[in-house]
Design a protein around this ligand. Structure first.
Ligand SMILES: Cc1cc2nc3c(=O)[nH]c(=O)nc-3n(C[C@H](O)[C@H](O)[C@H](O)COP(=O)(O)O)c2cc1C
Length: 185
């Protein structure tokens, strides 16, 4: 099983990228799992504008995301909460990909996660983030994960600083891969 993993931030020192990296490391330890750990800078796309879209050619970043998704059985997307909702750059990417047929997210199992220095970890944003994926026919894993106090969650080496977080991510990774297998069989 191949899983595309990425954090939705290009910020140096991003907590969401850190959580994506740490989650990718955990997923890689599971038997039968191959991880494609991407950097969101590979997928960054200009804001969708219908006046500058000829109806066929998506920008390179959106095409890259579509290609990498098509090679994956599933995706784990780690995205910050912005003002209680979805990150605009993630929504923009989803909008671009929704113009393709078939829509690349359709039937794809998706694990949604977030990290925030705040005490709720971005959990409100996750409920908002899942809406376009649900609308496009993705299979959003019911156990979304929000990491609170993310500024204290990682060591300098990028590993989980809190044993309970590592345990939770391991359980989440196992649960998600079982979920993905249920669609493959
Ligand atoms: C415009 C804006 C809105 C934000 N809104 C929220 C929010 O609603 N909830 C939250 O927990 N953090 C919020 N934050 C803080 C982000 O969680 C924090 O900046 C985080 O570090 C961004 O993710 P990154 O570290 O992966 O780049 C917001 C930050 C910005 C810039």
């Amino acid at each position: 099983m191949r899983i595309l993993v990425f954090g939705v931030s290009t910020r140096e020192g991003s907590y969401n990228r850190a959580l994506a990296k740490a989650t990718a490391s955990v997923l890689e330890t599971l038997s039968g799992v191959t991880v494609d750990h991407a950097d969101f800078s590979e997928f960054k796309s200009p804001l969708y504008d219908g006046d500058h879209f000829d109806g066929t050619k998506l920008p390179p970043g959106a095409r890259e995301l579509a290609q990498r998704l098509s090679l994956a059985d599933a995706a784990a997307i780690v995205s910050p909460e912005f003002n209680g909702g979805i990150s605009a750059i993630l929504k923009n990417s989803v909008d671009w990909l929704s113009l393709l047929r078939p829509v690349p997210f359709r039937g794809k199992p998706i694990l949604l996660m977030s990290a925030s220095p705040g005490q709720f970890g971005g959990v409100r944003g996750l409920w908002h983030t899942r809406v376009p994926f649900d609308a496009l026919g993705a299979h959003v894993f019911p156990d979304m994960f929000a990491l609170p106090n993310a500024h204290q969650a990682f060591t300098d080496q990028g590993e989980f600083a809190r044993a309970e977080d590592k345990k939770k991510i391991r359980e989440l990774a196992e649960g998600f891969t079982t979920f993905v297998r249920s669609f493959k069989s």
